[in-house]
Design a protein around this ligand. Sequence first.
Ligand code: FES
Length: 108
Amino acid sequence: MSDELTEGPWVALIPVAEIEAEDVVAASHDGHDYAVYECAGDYFVTDAICTHAHASLCDGYLDGHTIECPLHQGCFDIRSGAATGAPATEALRTYACRVEGDMLHIRL
Ligand code: FES
């Protein structure tokens, strides 16, 4: 199956102006919550909810490419979604993103 069939459409998620440097902000689209990160000039997007329990990573602490969950301090690499620190063990979903005009778009 080609990528065209397995990957969804690009959608506008958040104005680039609302993304804070070296930090994480919340965004939502169609009832789904996302965490949007800026690190060294690059943007990354993951699901907002931690895979360990129900906590928003948007309230977490971003250190380089690592987001630390605010509830139990589990860690994830925002580039791959990989769980990098206990108690998180399940990877976080990540989304391809790109800037178009003044908006950050993600591929669903
Ligand atoms: S809810 Fe995130 S580490 Fe437990």
